[in-house]
Design a binder for this molecule. Structure first.
Ligand code: HEC
Length: 292
């Protein structure tokens, strides 16, 4: 009896070992609990990845439709986009902003509060030019609160060198004042005059890129400012340029250069107009038989 038990035990072990043989040659190998090895949730986009994925047989959609590329869910924002233009009206606008701050309740990809939004430009002179050529508009609308925040951040992080007016005459490069015993600033390089002609017509990419990587003696501010804060600073620099050029750049108007930033007032108007249904009147009804 004992030997029979032993023989059966050895046979069972042998069978198990046989079953565990690795795939090779004509033998595809066998899997224990294949559903776990091929989770539908992970392989959802792989059409026909696994023959046991018959989960959609009862579905109203075919497997091909289910595994194909899909449109983003309505109201969501692709990663890396601020998406103000997806909104329609003030409330929706607020919802978009909430999403961007990570407090939205739908499944939009929020821009994380730590500001880690991918930046697809490298730190080389060629990439600087590419960013300058490609990044034109500010993804955030010009708002009062944004400009206020931009001002505060600019004065903390940039004004020291570039000056509170953006003219490049910050504290670090101030003139000597012997009367007060002030030896003046001794910064090794002249900070750019951000409100001169050159910078007033430069695209937003030039500013954003400078914040991301700095330039020569100017260091990067990517780790000091979040994604939204960087754009607030760019807005504020534009408003300084507007002051210099006698133009307006605020939440109600942008006469500096409409391509660089959209005032909140216009964003709200634009999206409401786009979302509003065309007016229907009785006289607009077709007189004859409807032709489609
Ligand atoms: C410690 C001083 C200093 C601080 C602080 C500083 N910068 Fe600069 N910045 C410079 C200097 C110097 C240059 C000129 C670099 C050069 O041309 O070699 C410069 C250049 C620039 C340029 C021009 C880049 C180009 O394409 O020519 C921009 C835009 C700019 N800074 C924006 C900013 C912003 C925005 C901040 C704040 C987030 C800031 N800087 C903070 C010193 C500073």
């Amino acid at each position: 009896m004992k030997t029979i038990k032993q023989i059966v035990f050895v046979l069972v072990i042998a069978a198990v070992m046989q079953a565990c043989q690795p795939a090779g040659g004509e033998f595809p190998g066998s899997e224990y609990m294949p559903d776990m090895a091929h989770p539908i949730s992970y392989e959802a986009n792989a059409y026909d990845a696994y023959k046991y994925h018959t989960w959609d047989e009862q579905s109203v959609m075919t497997r091909k439709e289910l595994t194909g590329r899909m449109h983003p869910v309505k109201g969501t924002i692709p990663r890396g986009y601020a998406g103000v233009y997806f909104a329609s009206g003030d409330e929706a606008q607020q919802a978009v902003m909430d999403n961007m701050h990570g407090v939205g309740s739908n499944n939009a990809q929020a821009i994380p509060v730590n500001g880690k939004v991918p930046y697809y430009y490298g730190n080389t002179p060629e990439e600087r030019l590419r960013a300058t050529a490609e990044i034109i508009a500010n993804p955030f609308p010009i708002t009062k609160s944004g400009l206020e925040s931009g001002k505060e951040l600019y004065n903390i992080y940039c004004g020291l060198c570039h000056g509170e007016k953006g003219d490049g005459l910050g504290y670090l490069v101030r003139d000597a004042d012997p009367a007060k015993g002030d030896p003046g600033g001794k910064y090794p390089a002249a900070p750019a005059n951000l409100v001169n002609e050159d910078f007033s017509v430069a695209s937003n990419g030039r500013f954003y890129h400078a914040i991301m990587y700095g330039l020569n003696v100017m260091g990067s501010y990517a780790d000091k400012l979040s994604y939204e804060e960087r754009w607030q600073v760019v807005h504020y620099i534009r408003s300084l340029q507007a002051v210099k050029n006698g133009a307006k750049y605020d939440e109600s108007a942008n006469t500096l250069n409409p391509a660089f930033g959209t005032p909140m007032k216009l964003v709200a108007k634009k999206v409401t107009a786009a979302a509003a249904p065309a007016p229907v009147t009785d006289s607009a009804a077709p007189a004859g038989p409807a032709s489609h």
